[in-house]
Design a binder for this molecule. Structure first.
Ligand code: KG4
Ligand code: ZN
Length: 334
Protein backbone atom coordinates (compact mmCIF):
# COMPACT_ATOMS: atom_id res chain seq x y z
CA UNK A 1 0.00 0.00 0.00
CA UNK A 2 1.19 3.53 -0.82
CA UNK A 3 0.75 6.19 1.88
CA UNK A 4 0.98 9.93 1.26
CA UNK A 5 2.28 11.64 4.41
CA UNK A 6 1.71 15.36 5.02
CA UNK A 7 3.33 17.45 7.79
CA UNK A 8 2.83 21.17 8.51
CA UNK A 9 2.83 21.51 12.31
CA UNK A 10 5.49 24.21 12.61
CA UNK A 11 7.72 25.80 9.97
CA UNK A 12 8.35 22.89 7.62
CA UNK A 13 5.93 21.99 4.84
CA UNK A 14 6.57 18.36 4.02
CA UNK A 15 5.16 15.48 2.00
CA UNK A 16 6.38 11.93 1.51
CA UNK A 17 5.32 8.73 -0.21
CA UNK A 18 5.89 5.50 1.69
CA UNK A 19 5.42 2.00 0.32
CA UNK A 20 4.30 -0.84 2.60
CA UNK A 21 5.32 1.03 5.74
CA UNK A 22 9.01 0.55 4.98
CA UNK A 23 10.16 1.79 1.64
CA UNK A 24 10.43 5.55 1.29
CA UNK A 25 9.79 6.58 -2.32
CA UNK A 26 10.07 10.33 -1.74
CA UNK A 27 10.61 12.80 1.10
CA UNK A 28 10.14 16.49 0.26
CA UNK A 29 10.71 19.19 2.87
CA UNK A 30 10.23 22.92 2.27
CA UNK A 31 11.85 24.73 5.16
CA UNK A 32 10.91 28.26 6.22
CA UNK A 33 14.14 28.81 8.18
CA UNK A 34 15.30 31.70 5.96
CA UNK A 35 11.91 33.42 6.40
CA UNK A 36 11.82 33.30 10.21
CA UNK A 37 15.56 33.92 10.62
CA UNK A 38 15.24 37.69 10.85
CA UNK A 39 12.70 37.38 13.69
CA UNK A 40 14.88 34.92 15.64
CA UNK A 41 12.00 32.44 15.91
CA UNK A 42 8.96 31.06 14.13
CA UNK A 43 6.23 33.68 13.58
CA UNK A 44 2.97 31.66 13.54
CA UNK A 45 1.01 33.96 11.22
CA UNK A 46 3.78 34.01 8.62
CA UNK A 47 4.27 30.24 8.97
CA UNK A 48 0.66 29.41 8.10
CA UNK A 49 0.61 31.78 5.11
CA UNK A 50 3.78 30.18 3.76
CA UNK A 51 2.32 26.68 4.22
CA UNK A 52 -0.68 27.74 2.11
CA UNK A 53 1.67 28.90 -0.66
CA UNK A 54 3.81 25.78 -0.86
CA UNK A 55 1.64 22.84 0.22
CA UNK A 56 0.37 21.98 -3.28
CA UNK A 57 3.80 22.15 -5.00
CA UNK A 58 5.35 20.14 -2.14
CA UNK A 59 2.75 17.36 -2.48
CA UNK A 60 3.04 17.34 -6.27
CA UNK A 61 6.82 17.10 -6.00
CA UNK A 62 6.55 14.20 -3.55
CA UNK A 63 4.25 12.31 -5.93
CA UNK A 64 6.46 13.07 -8.91
CA UNK A 65 9.68 12.05 -7.17
CA UNK A 66 8.01 8.80 -6.09
CA UNK A 67 6.94 8.23 -9.70
CA UNK A 68 3.29 7.81 -8.75
CA UNK A 69 -0.01 9.68 -9.13
CA UNK A 70 -2.83 10.22 -6.63
CA UNK A 71 -4.66 7.29 -8.25
CA UNK A 72 -2.28 4.81 -6.66
CA UNK A 73 -2.30 6.36 -3.16
CA UNK A 74 -4.10 4.00 -0.77
CA UNK A 75 -4.13 6.23 2.31
CA UNK A 76 -3.27 9.72 3.54
CA UNK A 77 -1.59 10.41 6.88
CA UNK A 78 -1.48 13.98 8.13
CA UNK A 79 -0.18 15.61 11.29
CA UNK A 80 -3.13 16.61 13.50
CA UNK A 81 -1.12 18.01 16.44
CA UNK A 82 0.53 19.08 18.62
CA UNK A 83 1.75 22.26 16.93
CA UNK A 84 0.69 25.69 15.71
CA UNK A 85 -3.01 25.44 14.91
CA UNK A 86 -2.84 27.80 11.93
CA UNK A 87 -0.01 25.70 10.46
CA UNK A 88 -1.63 22.34 11.26
CA UNK A 89 -4.89 23.39 9.60
CA UNK A 90 -3.18 23.87 6.23
CA UNK A 91 -1.95 20.26 6.07
CA UNK A 92 -5.11 18.87 7.62
CA UNK A 93 -7.43 20.72 5.21
CA UNK A 94 -5.31 19.65 2.25
CA UNK A 95 -5.42 16.01 3.39
CA UNK A 96 -9.18 16.14 3.81
CA UNK A 97 -9.67 17.76 0.41
CA UNK A 98 -7.59 15.08 -1.33
CA UNK A 99 -9.27 12.31 0.66
CA UNK A 100 -12.75 13.58 -0.20
CA UNK A 101 -12.04 14.29 -3.87
CA UNK A 102 -10.34 10.94 -4.49
CA UNK A 103 -12.18 8.80 -1.98
CA UNK A 104 -8.95 7.91 -0.14
CA UNK A 105 -9.02 6.98 3.57
CA UNK A 106 -7.11 9.38 5.82
CA UNK A 107 -5.89 9.48 9.43
CA UNK A 108 -4.68 12.31 11.66
CA UNK A 109 -1.33 11.51 13.24
CA UNK A 110 0.25 12.70 16.48
CA UNK A 111 3.49 14.54 15.68
CA UNK A 112 5.26 13.00 18.71
CA UNK A 113 4.28 9.48 17.65
CA UNK A 114 5.64 10.49 14.25
CA UNK A 115 9.01 11.41 15.75
CA UNK A 116 9.12 8.06 17.61
CA UNK A 117 8.32 6.23 14.35
CA UNK A 118 11.20 8.01 12.61
CA UNK A 119 13.42 5.39 14.29
CA UNK A 120 12.05 2.98 11.67
CA UNK A 121 13.31 5.09 8.79
CA UNK A 122 16.94 4.13 9.46
CA UNK A 123 18.50 0.97 8.03
CA UNK A 124 18.77 -0.56 11.49
CA UNK A 125 15.38 -0.55 13.16
CA UNK A 126 14.50 -1.14 16.80
CA UNK A 127 11.99 -3.79 17.88
CA UNK A 128 9.27 -3.25 20.50
CA UNK A 129 9.55 -2.55 23.34
CA UNK A 130 12.13 0.23 23.34
CA UNK A 131 12.82 3.47 25.17
CA UNK A 132 12.45 6.65 23.09
CA UNK A 133 13.81 10.09 23.83
CA UNK A 134 11.81 12.64 21.83
CA UNK A 135 13.94 15.75 21.93
CA UNK A 136 12.91 18.73 19.83
CA UNK A 137 12.12 22.44 19.92
CA UNK A 138 8.88 21.79 21.76
CA UNK A 139 9.43 18.54 23.67
CA UNK A 140 11.85 16.59 25.81
CA UNK A 141 10.03 13.36 26.61
CA UNK A 142 11.12 9.85 27.55
CA UNK A 143 8.70 7.08 26.55
CA UNK A 144 8.47 3.34 27.02
CA UNK A 145 7.27 2.38 23.55
CA UNK A 146 5.24 -0.83 23.16
CA UNK A 147 3.85 -0.15 19.70
CA UNK A 148 3.37 2.66 17.17
CA UNK A 149 0.30 3.86 19.06
CA UNK A 150 1.06 2.65 22.57
CA UNK A 151 3.64 4.49 24.64
CA UNK A 152 3.96 5.54 28.25
CA UNK A 153 5.54 8.81 29.33
CA UNK A 154 8.16 8.21 32.03
CA UNK A 155 10.02 11.53 31.95
CA UNK A 156 9.51 15.02 30.58
CA UNK A 157 10.75 18.58 30.97
CA UNK A 158 9.31 20.84 33.62
CA UNK A 159 10.15 23.99 31.70
CA UNK A 160 12.00 24.51 28.42
CA UNK A 161 12.55 21.80 25.83
CA UNK A 162 16.19 20.99 25.04
CA UNK A 163 15.86 22.50 21.54
CA UNK A 164 14.46 25.66 23.07
CA UNK A 165 17.45 25.83 25.42
CA UNK A 166 19.76 25.71 22.37
CA UNK A 167 17.69 28.26 20.44
CA UNK A 168 17.48 30.73 23.34
CA UNK A 169 21.21 30.48 24.06
CA UNK A 170 22.05 31.23 20.43
CA UNK A 171 19.72 34.21 20.52
CA UNK A 172 21.32 35.46 23.73
CA UNK A 173 24.81 35.13 22.25
CA UNK A 174 23.57 36.50 18.92
CA UNK A 175 25.28 33.78 16.90
CA UNK A 176 22.57 32.81 14.40
CA UNK A 177 19.43 30.83 13.73
CA UNK A 178 18.30 28.10 14.29
CA UNK A 179 20.29 27.91 17.50
CA UNK A 180 20.72 24.15 17.75
CA UNK A 181 22.34 23.91 14.34
CA UNK A 182 24.68 26.88 14.94
CA UNK A 183 25.75 25.66 18.39
CA UNK A 184 26.38 22.15 17.06
CA UNK A 185 28.74 23.61 14.43
CA UNK A 186 30.57 26.12 16.65
CA UNK A 187 30.95 23.67 19.55
CA UNK A 188 33.07 21.38 17.38
CA UNK A 189 36.09 23.66 17.87
CA UNK A 190 35.41 24.38 21.55
CA UNK A 191 36.39 22.79 24.84
CA UNK A 192 33.34 21.23 26.56
CA UNK A 193 35.05 21.59 29.94
CA UNK A 194 35.99 25.26 29.60
CA UNK A 195 33.03 26.45 31.67
CA UNK A 196 30.91 24.64 34.16
CA UNK A 197 27.14 24.73 33.65
CA UNK A 198 24.60 23.12 36.00
CA UNK A 199 23.13 19.64 35.44
CA UNK A 200 19.66 19.85 37.00
CA UNK A 201 17.42 17.28 38.72
CA UNK A 202 20.05 14.57 38.93
CA UNK A 203 17.91 12.03 40.79
CA UNK A 204 14.83 12.26 38.62
CA UNK A 205 13.80 11.30 35.09
CA UNK A 206 12.35 14.80 34.74
CA UNK A 207 14.31 17.47 32.90
CA UNK A 208 14.77 21.15 33.60
CA UNK A 209 16.72 23.44 31.30
CA UNK A 210 15.87 26.80 32.85
CA UNK A 211 18.87 26.54 35.20
CA UNK A 212 21.45 26.09 32.45
CA UNK A 213 19.85 28.90 30.44
CA UNK A 214 19.92 31.24 33.45
CA UNK A 215 23.55 30.28 34.17
CA UNK A 216 24.49 31.37 30.66
CA UNK A 217 22.59 34.62 31.07
CA UNK A 218 24.33 35.31 34.39
CA UNK A 219 27.71 34.49 32.85
CA UNK A 220 27.20 36.96 30.01
CA UNK A 221 25.87 39.67 32.33
CA UNK A 222 28.81 39.37 34.72
CA UNK A 223 31.29 40.02 31.97
CA UNK A 224 32.37 43.55 31.20
CA UNK A 225 31.96 43.11 27.47
CA UNK A 226 30.22 40.53 25.26
CA UNK A 227 32.28 37.43 24.43
CA UNK A 228 34.57 37.83 21.42
CA UNK A 229 34.05 35.54 18.45
CA UNK A 230 37.00 33.35 19.46
CA UNK A 231 35.51 32.77 22.91
CA UNK A 232 32.17 31.50 21.59
CA UNK A 233 33.21 27.90 20.77
CA UNK A 234 34.26 27.19 24.39
CA UNK A 235 31.07 28.74 25.74
CA UNK A 236 28.71 26.83 23.45
CA UNK A 237 30.66 23.57 23.74
CA UNK A 238 30.34 23.73 27.54
CA UNK A 239 26.67 24.69 27.34
CA UNK A 240 25.95 21.91 24.85
CA UNK A 241 27.79 19.39 27.02
CA UNK A 242 25.59 20.19 30.03
CA UNK A 243 22.45 19.55 27.97
CA UNK A 244 23.84 16.43 26.29
CA UNK A 245 24.96 15.02 29.66
CA UNK A 246 21.50 15.03 31.19
CA UNK A 247 19.75 13.81 28.03
CA UNK A 248 22.05 10.79 27.72
CA UNK A 249 22.24 10.00 31.42
CA UNK A 250 18.49 10.13 32.15
CA UNK A 251 17.45 8.26 29.00
CA UNK A 252 19.88 5.41 29.63
CA UNK A 253 18.82 5.34 33.28
CA UNK A 254 15.17 5.01 32.20
CA UNK A 255 16.19 2.07 29.99
CA UNK A 256 17.99 0.42 32.92
CA UNK A 257 15.01 0.98 35.22
CA UNK A 258 12.68 -0.62 32.68
CA UNK A 259 15.20 -3.39 31.88
CA UNK A 260 14.95 -2.49 28.20
CA UNK A 261 18.14 -2.69 26.13
CA UNK A 262 17.09 -0.64 23.10
CA UNK A 263 16.95 3.14 22.96
CA UNK A 264 15.74 5.38 20.12
CA UNK A 265 16.75 9.04 20.03
CA UNK A 266 14.49 11.15 17.80
CA UNK A 267 13.36 14.76 17.16
CA UNK A 268 15.27 17.79 15.89
CA UNK A 269 17.90 17.80 18.64
CA UNK A 270 18.74 14.16 17.79
CA UNK A 271 20.50 15.70 14.78
CA UNK A 272 23.10 17.10 17.20
CA UNK A 273 26.46 15.48 16.47
CA UNK A 274 27.71 15.53 20.07
CA UNK A 275 24.45 13.99 21.35
CA UNK A 276 24.66 11.24 18.73
CA UNK A 277 28.28 10.42 19.61
CA UNK A 278 27.71 10.46 23.37
CA UNK A 279 24.65 8.20 23.12
CA UNK A 280 26.56 5.63 21.08
CA UNK A 281 29.55 5.77 23.42
CA UNK A 282 27.65 5.53 26.71
CA UNK A 283 25.17 2.90 25.47
CA UNK A 284 28.02 0.68 24.30
CA UNK A 285 29.53 0.78 27.80
CA UNK A 286 26.19 -0.36 29.21
CA UNK A 287 25.65 -3.05 26.57
CA UNK A 288 22.63 -1.23 25.12
CA UNK A 289 21.75 -0.54 21.49
CA UNK A 290 20.97 2.99 20.35
CA UNK A 291 18.96 3.83 17.23
CA UNK A 292 19.26 7.37 15.90
CA UNK A 293 17.82 8.11 12.45
CA UNK A 294 19.85 10.12 9.91
CA UNK A 295 19.50 13.88 10.65
CA UNK A 296 17.04 14.45 7.78
CA UNK A 297 14.53 12.21 9.62
CA UNK A 298 15.24 13.82 13.03
CA UNK A 299 13.93 17.28 12.15
CA UNK A 300 10.32 17.62 11.03
CA UNK A 301 9.39 15.53 8.00
CA UNK A 302 6.38 13.75 6.51
CA UNK A 303 8.02 10.32 6.14
CA UNK A 304 7.69 9.71 9.88
CA UNK A 305 4.00 10.72 9.72
CA UNK A 306 3.47 8.26 6.87
CA UNK A 307 5.02 5.43 8.96
CA UNK A 308 2.50 5.97 11.79
CA UNK A 309 -0.32 6.42 9.27
CA UNK A 310 0.56 3.17 7.53
CA UNK A 311 0.12 1.17 10.73
CA UNK A 312 -3.06 3.00 11.76
CA UNK A 313 -4.67 2.50 8.35
CA UNK A 314 -3.52 -1.13 8.16
CA UNK A 315 -5.31 -1.70 11.46
CA UNK A 316 -8.49 -0.29 9.99
CA UNK A 317 -8.44 3.16 11.55
CA UNK A 318 -10.23 5.87 9.55
CA UNK A 319 -10.79 9.46 10.61
CA UNK A 320 -13.91 11.53 9.89
CA UNK A 321 -13.95 14.74 7.86
CA UNK A 322 -14.76 16.86 10.91
CA UNK A 323 -11.41 15.97 12.52
CA UNK A 324 -9.95 19.09 14.15
CA UNK A 325 -6.35 20.22 14.72
CA UNK A 326 -4.96 20.07 18.26
CA UNK A 327 -2.39 22.56 19.54
CA UNK A 328 -1.78 20.32 22.56
CA UNK A 329 -2.00 16.55 22.28
CA UNK A 330 0.09 14.74 24.88
CA UNK A 331 0.94 11.10 24.24
CA UNK A 332 0.57 8.73 27.17
CA UNK A 333 -1.39 5.77 25.95
CA UNK A 334 -0.49 2.91 28.29
O1 KG4 B 1 11.70 18.27 15.56
P1 KG4 B 1 11.95 19.66 15.13
O2 KG4 B 1 12.36 19.90 13.69
O3 KG4 B 1 10.69 20.56 15.38
C1 KG4 B 1 9.93 20.42 16.54
O4 KG4 B 1 9.04 19.52 16.54
O5 KG4 B 1 10.23 21.18 17.50
O6 KG4 B 1 13.05 20.28 16.12
C2 KG4 B 1 13.53 21.58 16.00
C3 KG4 B 1 14.56 21.82 17.08
C4 KG4 B 1 15.04 23.26 17.17
O7 KG4 B 1 15.03 23.68 18.51
C5 KG4 B 1 16.48 23.18 16.64
O8 KG4 B 1 17.34 24.15 17.18
C6 KG4 B 1 16.87 21.79 17.07
O9 KG4 B 1 15.72 21.01 16.88
N1 KG4 B 1 17.99 21.25 16.29
C7 KG4 B 1 19.21 20.98 16.81
C8 KG4 B 1 20.02 20.54 15.74
N2 KG4 B 1 19.26 20.57 14.60
C9 KG4 B 1 18.01 21.01 14.97
N3 KG4 B 1 19.66 21.08 18.09
C10 KG4 B 1 20.93 20.73 18.31
N4 KG4 B 1 21.78 20.32 17.34
C11 KG4 B 1 21.38 20.21 16.05
N5 KG4 B 1 22.20 19.79 15.10
ZN1 ZN C 1 8.99 17.95 15.51
Amino acid sequence: MLILGIESSCDETAAAVLQDGQKLLSNVIASQIRIHEKYGGVVPEIASRKHVEVIVPVILEALEKAGVTLDSIGGIAVTRGPGLVGSLLVGLSMAKALALARNIPFVGVNHLEGHVASAFLADEKPSFPFIALVVSGGHTNIYVVQDFDRMRLVGQTRDDAAGEAFDKAAKLLDIGYPGGVVIDRLAKSGNPEALSFPRSMKDSLEFSFSGVKTALLTYTKKRERPPAAEEIPDIVASYQEAIVDVLVEKTLRAAEMQAIGQVAVVGGVAANSRLRARFQEDARKKGMRVFIPPPIFCTDNAAMIAVVGHHALARGRRDPFDLNALSRWPVDTL
